[in-house]
Design a protein around this ligand. Structure first.
Ligand code: AMP
Ligand code: MG
Length: 344
């Protein structure tokens, strides 16, 4: 494995690795991806091997030009208003943290889509991702660059520590600005529905195309998207989630970590404990805040990084505050709840 900082030369070498069927970990605005040529089944198989990802969990194909959609998606089978919605969203929300589920063309290997008749496509808003895609094959299939089920990487070092041996090149482009995965939106059916909340808030989508269903509202509720697996995105350390009124009343124990969404909640908790951060630390309680001002963009961007930091043997349990259920709060809470399912 080579760990390279981004420059023209390293981008060109990484693109050659992709074109030759190898794997490159690269930065996007959401999290680091583990990329291979989307049209090369052997490269796709390597992605599943490297991650220990089950074959039933399909990959997202990343593009860097709208024209590439025509090589992958059969837009003729979308209803008229589906095509209109696609046109509006691709114009207004791409490049960005939004993955669209579209009817697939035969040219896309079954391995990329786990045999589904649909393909997941995203146009990432990151110059390194875009250049890597256009310098190589124009379409890179990439799941998050972490072992299956574990926390997603928001820094190149996270990838090196978790997957290093299984990747040909890791491109270091610094920390990811959004920090949670893309929103996955299925527009094949009569009504668009969110299969996974993520970096594009539901509100932003609804402002453009009207009401969308979210996974809680799917009739029958069976997991149509494996990202809906209850336990996912999990640290090894047990994690428990709490509403604000519950966590602020909770006494801390030695070895525990408290993760607050905003600084005001931490202050209320400290006041209830009649202590301060220094005292908590002497009692071996770790106290962290995602955003001092409660800014949900900042909180999302720091979520996985914070969980990586707290996921160490000295910490017995992570107690995490849930965010307000709006904007990026929905994605933050989704990841925290899934992480907490692993603890049960
Ligand atoms: P990751 O690449 O780890 O961010 O996960 C990709 C997410 O996209 C997973 O939750 C997949 O289940 C979902 N996904 C990919 N392709 C499809 C598809 N054709 N239909 C539904 N969900 C998909
Ligand atoms: Mg993932």
């Amino acid at each position: 494995m080579e760990f390279l900082s981004v420059c023209d030369e390293s981008l060109r070498r990484a693109a050659a690795v992709i074109s030759g069927g190898g794997l490159v970990a690269f930065p996007t605005e959401t999290v680091y991806g583990l990329g291979g040529d989307a049209f090369n089944p052997a490269a796709l198989a390597k992605i599943f091997e490297a991650k220990g990802r089950p074959r039933f969990d399909p990959l997202i194909v990343h593009i860097a030009a709208l024209e590439t959609l025509e090589k992958m998606a059969d837009l003729s089978t979308l209803a008229d208003d589906g095509r209109e919605k696609l046109a509006v969203m691709s114009r207004r929300l791409w490049p960005g943290p939004l993955t669209l589920i579209l009817p697939k063309l035969k040219a896309v290997p079954d391995l990329a889509t786990s045999g589904l008749a649909t393909v997941a496509v995203r146009f990432p808003d990151h110059p390194v991702a875009q250049r890597l895609i256009s310098l190589s094959t124009g379409a890179i299939a990439a799941p998050s660059a972490n072992p299956f089920g574990y926390l997603s990487p928001t820094r190149a070092e996270h990838v090196r520590d978790q997957l290093g041996a299984n990747v040909d090149i890791i491109l270091d482009g610094g920390p990811c600005s959004v920090g949670v995965e893309s929103t996955v939106l299925d527009i094949c059916g009569a009504q668009p529905r969110i299969l996974r909340p993520g970096g594009t808030p539901k509100e932003a989508i609804e402002a453009l195309i009207g009401p969308v269903l979210s996974d809680g509202e799917i009739p029958g509720g069976s997991p149509v998207s494996p990202g809906q697996l209850k336990s996912h995105y999990a640290p090894r350390t047990p994690l428990l989630v709490y509403a604000t009124e519950d966590i602020i009343a909770l006494p801390g124990e030695k070895g525990e970590a408290f993760l607050f969404v905003d600084g005001a909640s931490r202050e209320t908790w400290l006041a209830a404990q009649q202590g301060n951060v220094a005292e908590a630390e002497t009692n071996r309680i770790t106290v962290r805040v995602l955003s001092e001002t409660g800014d949900l963009l900042e909180a999302a961007a720091r979520l996985f990084e914070m969980l990586h930091e707290l996921d160490r043997p000295a910490i017995s349990r992570i107690r995490a505050q849930l965010a307000p259920e709006q904007g990026l709060g929905a994605a933050i809470n989704d990841r925290l709840r899934r992480a907490s399912c692993a603890a049960r």
